[in-house]
Design a protein around this ligand. Structure first.
Ligand code: NAD
Length: 376
């Protein structure tokens, strides 16, 4: 099948394939749109059964990054990379160096970060061959992991959704059901507990549930029960497709706001939520704290951008997710169109009206002589 007629192609600006016989690296980098800036997105390593499967994934994910960054008001475009292979058995230093060479060859159009199957040390290895990396900040207290910022963004979003839907600015006594107590879900639970909310939690890892019960006075519930609780907010923070044919029939919450990617199994589920008056805070708006963090971490590689700048810009921008959400909620209600449709429109308005595609700076020197001083 031609890449240009692929169902997920969506006018990608560039799709690059890389095959390195020596290291066994087979990778694809997709750059969806650079109107707002260089394309930033994680590098996933996954044992895709076919090249076609890998292509579908990278195109879909890269498009998603354009929308996410535009909605987060970042000067970034959308891109993604996939390495075809099993991260537990096929990853080697040489393969990661070769991936760094591949990224370097795109001249800064694409900037990478960690994703499923890659870690901060992996990205640092790629960084021995390219400066176009991020999410590896060693100066901050969390070592480059963007999860704390993602969790804070989810908290900000949840607060905004509650204010809009329930007219309540205080979270005291708010009932929230959290599915998934991982890096993001647990921190969200902490924020909510601090704000006085009542928590109902589930996770397939029992120790995480026990910890939330012990530390946050949360009520543990079964995996199935989490959907049907009489709560104000359902916060999916585990896997995708939490809102599906089965769960949507049980759902009693009037707000859905969580960290998980791709919460709607299909767009129809988003329409059903809208028709039933359930306020859905679109996942890629809500969980943008991570990309915002990665963006500012990269800025910190520049000599004139301090840790203090990072902390203040990060917090302002993550708080800004609330204003974008409110715009989406207001338009959704005024136009009687689901929030996820409005979110796409807001993103398209932002990146389509940007003046031009990103261009490499004229002063770009070869990788070997360049410092990490370029702005994102
Ligand atoms: P994580 O792997 O740390 O946490 C996921 C948690 O969900 C784990 O505790 C896991 O045991 C639990 N879980 C898995 N299946 C479950 C099920 N069926 N029922 C209940 N719990 C289940 O991941 P994370 O970093 O906390 O991310 C959570 C979600 O947010 C993911 O969908 C991720 O893609 C998305 N997200 C994360 C970030 C980030 O910065 N970490 C950014 C954007 C989006």
């Amino acid at each position: 099948m031609s890449v240009f007629s692929h169902r997920e192609f969506d006018n990608h600006q560039q799709v690059a394939f890389f095959n390195d016989k020596k290291t066994g690296l087979k990778a694809i980098i997709a750059v969806h749109n650079t109107n707002l800036g260089p394309a930033l997105g994680g590098c996933r390593m996954w044992p895709y059964a076919t090249g076609e499967e890998a292509l579908t994934d990278v195109l879909r994910l890269s498009r998603g990054m354009t929308y996410k960054s535009a909605l987060a008001n970042l000067k970034l475009g959308g891109g993604k990379a996939v390495i075809i292979g099993d991260a537990s058995t096929q990853k080697s230093d040489d393969l990661l160096y070769a991936m760094g060479d591949f990224i370097e060859g795109l001249g800064g159009r694409y900037i990478t970060a960690e994703d499923s199957g890659t870690s901060v040390p992996d990205i640092l290895k790629m960084g021995q061959r390219t400066s176009y990396i991020s999410g590896v900040d060693k100066a901050s207290d969390h070592g480059g992991d963007p999860s704390p910022s993602t969790a804070y963004g989810v908290f900000v979003s949840l607060r905004e959704a509650v204010a809009y839907k329930l007219g309540q600015t205080n979270l005291q006594g708010l009932k929230v059901a959290i599915q998934g107590l991982g890096n993001v879900g647990y921190r969200l639970a902490e924020y909510l507990n601090d704000a006085g909310a009542e928590l109902f939690v589930t996770d397939i890892v029992q120790t995480s549930v026990d910890r939330a019960v012990f530390e946050l006075n949360a009520t543990p519930v079964s995996g199935d029960e989490i959907f049907s609780l009489d709560v104000d907010v359902f916060a999916p923070c585990a896997l995708g497709a939490a809102i599906n044919d089965q769960s949507i029939e049980k759902l009693r919450a009037s707000i859905v706001a969580g960290a998980a990617n791709n919460q709607l199994a299909t767009p129809i589920h988003g329409q059903i939520l809208h028709d039933r008056g359930v306020l859905y805070a679109p996942d890629y708006v809500v969980n943008a704290g991570g990309i915002i963090d990665v963006y500012y971490q990269r800025k910190m590689l520049s000599a004139d951008y301090s840790a203090a700048n990072y902390a203040s810009d990060l917090s302002t921008k993550v708080e800004g997710i609330g204003a974008t959400l409110r715009e989406i909620f207001v338009r959704s209600e005024a136009e009687n169109v689901p929030t996820f449709v409005i979110a796409d429109r807001v993103a398209e308005e932002r990146f389509n009206c940007a003046s031009s595609e990103w261009q490499p700076a004229k002063s770009d020197a070869p990788a070997a002589t360049r410092s990490y001083s370029k702005s994102v």
